[in-house]
Write a protein that binds this ligand. Structure first.
Ligand code: ARG
Length: 272
């Protein structure tokens, strides 16, 4: 009987081990460089948190979204071989300083605090935090969040904005590992609002009409710019910056933007 049950345990372990190994390979996009620039021999490890549609999300095993298309164009222009791996948000801020990843693209806002620890490419996207609330919510501005419960993704600029209004009050600011979980907290009634990047909350409200959510804009929230994050002193920066400039100048950026969002980008704002 003992033998039988240990056999069962062994089998169970085997099955779960298979499950885990499948999980680690999911969400990896392999992309060989098409051009044969002299950089193409080394495959870069680029990391992301693919829980942020329409910027980066999983479609089955594939990572898709605006950032993914931009990354692919930038890597082609720079002549780099790469793989994009979905590791989650917090691990990005471990892998980049630890240099186990070469770069991260994940709607990452370039800000004062981060540039102390990381390098960034030139900006490739303008963004602003917005407030996602139920349709019948009385919240009309950032100031109205006072006294309310706000769900945010941990370590984001959305969290910073919420803390500015509410103070660092763990009772009123609920922090989640992913933005998807923060939105789930809102839809199940555990929070009054979510603060996150405009493209993401707008997409969610639009694609989930049954959830009865609306998006509040507070124009006093600062305008932000996304960059590709790199380890401090990364040798890739110059090539990546040039590649971003190139895809903006040759129309590739505009095409990707239109394909993803259906509108014209304001490229002048990126050139400032
Ligand atoms: N732009 C915000 C920030 O940098 C949120 C980015 C979250 N990105 C993600 N893939 N979850 O803090």
């Amino acid at each position: 009987k003992v033998l039988l049950s240990s056999l069962t345990i062994g089998l169970l372990l085997l099955v779960s081990a298979c499950g885990t190994s499948e999980k680690t390979t999911s969400g990896t996009n392999e992309k060989p460089a098409s051009g044969s620039g002299d950089n193409s021999h080394k495959k870069l490890r680029i990391v992301t948190d693919a829980n942020y549609a329409p910027m980066e999300s999983l479609d089955g095993d594939k990572i898709v979204g605006f950032d993914v298309d931009i990354l692919d164009a930038v890597m082609k222009a720079a002549g780099y071989d790469y793989e994009l791996v979905n590791i989650g948000w917090d691990p990005i801020f471990v892998e980049i300083p630890g240099k186990t990843a070469d770069a991260a693209i994940s709607s990452i806002t370039i800000n004062e605090k981060r540039i102390k620890t990381y390098d960034f490419s030139i900006p490739y996207f303008e963004s602003i935090n917005k407030i996602l609330v139920p349709n019948d919510s009385p919240i009309q501005s950032g100031a109205d969040l006072k006294g309310k419960t706000v769900a945010v993704q941990n370590g984001t600029t959305g969290q910073e904005i919420a803390e500015k209004i509410l103070g660092k009050d763990p009772q009123h600011i609920k922090k989640f590992e992913s933005n998807v979980l923060a939105i789930m907290e809102l839809t199940k009634g555990g929070a009054d609002a979510v603060v996150a990047d405009n493209a993401v909350v707008e997409e969610y409200a639009k694609n989930n009409p049954n959830k009865n959510l609306k998006v509040i804009t507070d124009t006093s929230f600062p305008s932000e710019f996304y960059g590709i994050m790199l380890p401090k002193g990364s040798k890739l920066k110059a090539n990546i910056d040039n590649a971003i400039k190139k895809i903006i100048d040759d129309g590739t950026y505009t095409k990707i933007y239109k394909d993803n969002f259906g509108t014209e980008p304001n490229i002048d704002v990126l050139k400032k």
